[in-house]
Design a protein around this ligand. Structure first.
Ligand code: NAD
Length: 510
């Protein structure tokens, strides 16, 4: 029997994520001072934000239900004043009391069709927040804002470093940053999340700006949040219109770019088109697994489906669906967008069968797209994958052990720092459009994105296969290292060369 591969997480996420950095630095003989500059972030901003929260209605425990079984139902006329949260609680807005007819016992009431709830008092809450500015030698710091219960300094350092390599690989004039708030968004109302967003950006106001540090959406943040962050920074400024580029990923109606919402998924698909072309194949008919059905997962699935690929399995935080003939992606998108589907989940979709969480990556397919959180392709998962390629749409989805197994099993890899670079590339186009007061068409954006992703992936592939060449799109001759290497190290080698140029040609101020 094969021994099970256990990922022993003895190192920090940051140390793990830097393994490719050290491999590539050795290989290309990175200048020692540049190496020291790149080993740690420029700045680590760690701070706290506070907000006022509303009272809640919290479902009573199973044991308590019996005690209140004769409690009459209350009638709340202003129905929308009870805001359902994804965690099953209801936020009690004050207007709920208008014309209400309420029976309370020991602080418990019965809401028709919803059940028994205990009133819990709101009040001030404190959250830990971060903004890591990793490196700015190539341009302003750039990176997303994540709202999640499991974030940490360690994670944000790793993600901010990744942004530094990614902006260099995409060859856009930005550095790397990342940040966010340690919060479980499923437990807070829209208004409370808005207050968290406003306080977060208010505290950062003195260290961000269109030429300093430019946040964007990441997990659990979106164009609406970018809009209010932009307003928070620009309100009261003498030239607010000149500062619209302070955040990217905005709605197209207020200075966002056409194509930005789907850009990360689109970039992943451009990478997969190239991967198929190297094999003399096309994506039509290929079977695909997508983990994560948020911004990146939905766009990847939708675009691949339109190209004739079959999305045979989708998994999110709450459920997994499978259909070996291919899921009806437009129907799945509509299911996730149903207003009462508060978690935006694929769970309960009737166009496929339910699969146990742990069996998802074992499904038959040619392409695996992790588009959720980090660390999902572990050594064990990699042992059981049946696919030909892993396209890392998420940041850091493969553990070092997973990486080793993929290599041993000769499963192709499109590393995250190129595979999901479409988002930051179109963020750069958005920033350019804001500074120039222009509005480009979606076709213009996608043409530029396609050229950029395919050229830079081409260079990485040439470095990996040691095939220096000059094509009409790019010149890989000065980047190859004289031997074949894996794709992740090749991507890092390209990033480090481009960053090193800045230090060596501009010199160090003393
Ligand atoms: P999102 O919040 O829109 O969606 C996240 C999805 O992942 C949701 O469907 C959620 O249910 C699912 N998920 C969470 N935990 C899971 C778990 N344990 N198992 C399975 N599914 C799980 O986030 P997003 O913006 O789509 O980002 C997804 C990934 O892509 C992240 O790693 C992010 O850093 C990366 N990324 C995003 C962008 C962008 O433009 N949004 C750009 C580059 C990289």
């Amino acid at each position: 029997m094969k021994a099970s591969r256990k990922d022993t997480r003895r190192k920090s996420l940051f140390d793990e994520s830097m393994e490719a950095f050290y491999r590539a630095a050795e290989l290309i003989k990175l200048d020692p001072r540049v190496r020291l500059e790149l080993e740690e972030p420029d700045f680590e901003h760690i701070f706290y934000i506070t907000i006022e929260t509303r009272d809640r209605l919290v479902p009573v425990t199973k044991e308590d239900e019996a005690r209140f079984k004769d409690l009459p139902a209350s009638s709340v006329k202003a129905g929308e004043a009870l805001e359902p949260l994804a965690n099953g609680q209801l936020v009690l807005h004050r207007r709920a009391l208008l014309k209400a007819d309420i029976t309370l016992r020991e602080g418990v009431l019965r809401i028709p069709k919803r059940g028994l709830f205990r009133i819990e008092k709101g009040g001030p809450k404190k959250f830990k927040a971060y903004r890591i500015q990793y490196n700015q030698v190539r341009g302003p710091y750039k990176g997303g804002v994540r709202f999640h219960k499991d974030v940490s300094l360690d994670l944000f350092k790793a993600l901010a470093a990744d942004m530094t390599w990614k902006t260099a690989i995409a060859d856009i004039p930005f550095g790397g940053a990342k940040g966010g708030v340690r919060i479980d968004p499923s437990a807070y109302s829209k208004e409370e999340i808005e207050h968290v967003s406003l306080r977060f950006i208010y505290k950062l106001k003195s260290v961000i700006g269109p030429y300093v540090d430019i946040p964007a959406p990441d997990v659990n943040t979106n164009p609406e949040i970018m809009a209010i962050m932009m307003r928070q920074v620009t309100d009261g400024e003498r030239m607010p219109h000149a500062m619209r580029g302070v955040v990217t990923g905005k709605d197209v109606r207020i200075g966002g770019s056409e194509g930005r919402a789907k850009a990360t998924g689109q970039g992943t698909v451009y990478c997969l088109e190239e991967w198929a072309r190297w094999r003399g194949e096309s994506l039509a008919g290929k079977r695909v697994l997508v983990q994560g059905f948020g911004n990146v997962g939905t766009a990847s699935a939708e675009i691949l489906h339109a190209l004739g690929a079959k999305i045979v399995g989708v998994q999110d935080a709450y459920g997994t669906v499978h259909n070996e003939k291919g899921l009806d992606v437009p129907a799945l998108l509509a299911h996730a967008a149903t207003p009462d589907n508060l978690r935006r989940s694929v769970e309960g979709f009737t166009g496929g069968t339910k699969v146990a969480r742990e069996d998802f990556w074992k499904l038959d397919a040619e392409i695996a797209i992790p588009a959720a959180l980090g660390g999902s392709i572990t050594g064990d998962v990699a042992e059981n994958l049946k696919v030909q390629v892993v396209a890392e749409a998420a940041n850091g989805p493969t553990t070092p052990e997973g990486d080793k197994v993929l290599g041993e099993r000769k499963i192709d890899l499109i590393p995250d720092i190129i595979c999901n670079a479409g988002g930051v590339t179109v963020s750069y186009y958005e920033w350019l459009q804001n500074l120039r007061m222009e509005h480009w068409t979606e076709a213009d954006v996608n043409n530029r994105l396609e050229r950029a992703i395919k050229a830079n992936l081409g260079i990485i592939h040439d470095i990996a296969t040691n095939s220096p060449q000059k094509t009409p799109l790019y010149d890989s001759r000065r980047f190859v290292v004289g031997k074949k290497i894996d794709m992740r190290t090749a991507a890092m080698a390209l990033a480090l060369r481009r960053i090193e140029n800045h230090y060596l040609l501009e010199g160090f101020s003393q």
